[in-house]
Structures are given as structure tokens and as C-alpha cells.
Write a protein that binds this ligand. Structure first.
Ligand SMILES: Nc1ncnc2c1ncn2[C@@H]1O[C@H](COP(=O)(O)OP(=O)(O)O)[C@@H](O)[C@H]1O
Ligand SMILES: CC(=O)OP(=O)(O)O
Ligand SMILES: [Mg+2]
Length: 378
């Protein structure tokens, strides 16, 4: 049973290169304040600047009224599977988990430390991207390596974007007027980072990201799935060391590596200008999505709905159409007219005869983090 508590939360989502924030009053639909600071290099400084601007008399926000500060944390490892009130030891544990999310956890800790210094008397809660995937069956989270070695080094599939996958899958069930317990859903979170989830009866049974947010779908600057032997080969044949390969796979691959652009809008522009590389990049991107849809349909033993969300999923009708093209035999039919354009609100884009409903549902990680943080301290 879930109980909804009300309150006001400042939510900080310290991403790999940006900080998104919202002040959420759960009794109101729209946030009291929201914003995005891009190209952040120092998250401690970034968070302090955000708090300073929210403290201004004309900000429309009364920071004295805050119930809680909620922090998005990408990697919770084996330690954290639920929203957790942050004390020094929790902050320390999140810092230690940075080896398993090097692009994300260091920024989270810098943001947490700035926010705890600014609001020492308000509870701070960490909401983990990994938590929604704590339900994965052992066969889904285990890799085919020596289990002793895996246990000793925490090597397993953790899965990320869980707050988003959980949120949009619950929204989807509600929009379909069905109990999540009776649904099989594939959620496609296509942002700068991208991942797919297979959700059965309301719980995740598979996810495309792994030990770190590098595996799975093609992303803005990350490879997604790649034969691990490419690492050995690049080391032996091209002389790259481990850190150089890590940097290459995480920061200079994906759409960026293929085309020079990490933003899908730029990839489309390049295609319009006749770029063959950009065309192939889009084809790889969509082909990979289709592969996960097929795989997860099989793991789920059938399918009731597909949900597209996040920056690409909500805005890119070409990606949505191309990723699901040719799946009519499997009961998946996108209606090109319903699909057309950017979606600012939940929209059904499948045909009436489609056995599987296809939805675009805008994610709202910040609101979901607010709700979960308030519940954790209520
Ligand atoms: N109109 C659009 N058409 C296609 N892709 C878009 C559009 N707007 C945003 N995007 C894509 O969404 C990405 C950002 O998604 P978002 O979910 O905000 O990512 P993140 O939370 O990881 O920063 C951009 O990098 C871009 O690729
Ligand atoms: C986990 C992850 O990849 O997050 P983001 O999409 O915010 O980079
Ligand atoms: Mg995101």
C-alpha cells in the first residue's frame, strides 16, 4: 500500500554536466520553481548558486518552508535499495560508489555537501536510480563470471534511470485504466543517457544498463553495448591505456563519436544536409532500441505497452517511428499521425488495431524524487 504525504521539497538532480532543480509543493501540480544549469564543472559551486538565487526575495519560494531536500543519486550499489536519509556515513558511502558511476556520483556528492551546508537543519534524502532495479531476478542481474569474484567486487547489473522507469510505467498503467500488477511494459528512457526496462506486474525484471550507465542503448556520448574484447584490442593494437578507453567509451562515443554531435537534433540536421555518417548513426540508434524491444517482449512473455520518455523519447517522432517500424507482426503499430511532433503531455501513438499500446509519457524525475523524499521523512 502506498500512502501519499504532502510537503515542499527542493530537488537537486546533479547530472554529469548539468544540474536540474525543482521546488515541489506536492499539493500543487506545477513546481514553485524549476531550472537547469548547463555545462557545470563544479557541482558544489553550481548548487550554491542555485540556492542563492532561490533565496532572493523575488524568487517566489520560501526556503524556510522546505520539508526536505531530495537528491538524485545514480549509483546506490548493493547498499541502497530505498530512499535514504543522508548523514555523514551515507554521504561517504555515495562517494565510495563513484568507482561504479564515475560520470555521476562525484557530482552528486559535491551537490549534497553544498546543500547540507546550506540547510543543516532540514533532512536530506538520497533517491537512487538503481533502487527500482533491486527486484531484478538473479539470472537478470548476474554476469557469466566467477560468482566469488563478482561478489567480492560488487560486479552485477545495477540498472539506472529507475526513478523515471518506475514513474512512467505507473503513469502508463493509470492512463490505460489497468492495475500495474496485470501489465507487461517496456519503458524506453531516451535522454542524453538512455536505457530500456522490462517491467512485469509493476516490477523491473530486466534493464539495459549494467554495472555502470555505459551498457545497452546508444547514447549521446556513450557506446552502449559493445564487445568487451574491443577494450583488449584497443589496448594491444592502438596502445590506449584503461583510462583513455574509459574516457573514449563514456565521453567520446555514441552519437558524438559517430557524428561529432551528441544532441539528436544536430544528428537530424546533419542528415538533412546529406551526412551519410549521421544517417548510419540514427540507424544504429534505432536498431539497438528495436533489439531491446524484441528481447524484452520475449523475457516478458508478451507485451501490453511500450512507453517512450525523456528528451529524445518525448520529442523525436522519427526515432519513435523508425525504432518500432516493421513490428506489426508482433502487434505493434504506431500511427504516424498520432506520433507526429513533440509531446508535452502523455499521448497514445499506436493505432486502434495495435495489440500493444504505444505511449509517449513525459518523465518527471524531480517530482517523483520530491514525493519519495517527503515519504521517507514522514
Ligand atoms: N526536439 C528534440 N528532438 C530530438 N531530440 C531532442 C529534442 N530535444 C531534446 N532532444 C534530445 O534529448 C537530449 C536530452 O534529454 P534529457 O532527457 O533532458 O537528458 P538528460 O536528463 O540526460 O540531460 C538531448 O541531448 C537531445 O539529444
Ligand atoms: C544514469 C544516467 O545515464 O543518467 P543521465 O541520463 O542523467 O546521464
Ligand atoms: Mg536524465
Amino acid at each position: 500500500m502506498s500512502v501519499n504525504y504532502n510537503g515542499i521539497a527542493l530537488v537537486l538532480n546533479c547530472g554529469s554536466s548539468s544540474i536540474k532543480y525543482q521546488v515541489v509543493d506536492t499539493t500543487q501540480e506545477a513546481p514553485l520553481a524549476s531550472g537547469l544549469v548547463e555545462r557545470v564543472t563544479d557541482h558544489n559551486e553550481g548548487v550554491r548558486a542555485i540556492i542563492e538565487s532561490l533565496s532572493a526575495p523575488d524568487s517566489g519560494v520560501d526556503l524556510d518552508a522546505l520539508t526536505v531536500v531530495g537528491h538524485r543519486v545514480v549509483q546506490g550499489g548493493a547498499e541502497f535499495s530505498a530512499p535514504t536519509v543522508i548523514d555523514d556515513s551515507v554521504e561517504d558511502a555515495i562517494a565510495k560508489l563513484a568507482v561504479l558511476a564515475p560520470l555521476h556520483n562525484p557530482g552528486h556528492v559535491a551537490g549534497i555537501s553544498a546543500a547540507r551546508a546550506a540547510f543543516p537543519h532540514i533532512p536530506h534524502v538520497a533517491v537512487f536510480d538503481t533502487a527500482f532495479h533491486a527486484t531484478l531476478p538473479e539470472a537478470a542481474y548476474s554476469y557469466a563470471i566467477d560468482p566469488h569474484l563478482a561478489r567480492e567486487h560488487g560486479i552485477r547489473r545495477y540498472g539506472f534511470h529507475g526513478t523515471s522507469h518506475g514513474y512512467v510505467s505507473r503513469e502508463c498503467a493509470e492512463l490505460m485504466g489497468r492495475d500495474p500488477k496485470e501489465l507487461r511494459i517496456i519503458t524506453l528512457h531516451l535522454g542524453n543517457g538512455a536505457s530500456a526496462d522490462a517491467i512485469k506486474g509493476g516490477v523491473a525484471i530486466d534493464t539495459s544498463m549494467g554495472l555502470t550507465p555505459l551498457d545497452g542503448l546508444v547514447m549521446g556520448s556513450r557506446t552502449g553495448a559493445i564487445d568487451p574484447a574491443v577494450v583488449f584490442h584497443l589496448h594491444r593494437a592502438a596502445g590506449l591505456d584503461i583510462d583513455e578507453i574509459d574516457n573514449l567509451f563514456n565521453k567520446r562515443s555514441g552519437l558524438l563519436g559517430l557524428t561529432g554531435y551528441s544532441d539528436m537534433r544536430d544528428v537530424h540536421k546533419a542528415i538533412e544536409e546529406g551526412s551519410h555518417e549521421a544517417r548510419v548513426a540514427l540507424d544504429i540508434y534505432c536498431r539497438r532500441i528495436k533489439g531491446y524491444v524484441g528481447q524484452y517482449m520475449a523475457q516478458l512473455g508478451g507485451l501490453d505497452a511500450i512507453v517512450f520518455t525523456a528528451g529524445v523519447g518525448e520529442n523525436d517522432d522519427i526515432v519513435r517511428l523508425q525504432s518500432l517500424a516493421g513490428l506489426e507482426e508482433f502487434g505493434i503499430e504506431v500511427d504516424p499521425e498520432l506520433n507526429a511532433g513533440r509531446k508535452k503531455a502523455a499521448t497514445l501513438i499506436s493505432t486502434e488495431s495495435s495489440r500493444v499500446q504505444v505511449w509517449v509519457i513525459p518523465t518527471n524525475e524531480e517530482r517523483e524524487i520530491a514525493v519519495q523524499s517527503i515519504a521517507a521523512v514522514s
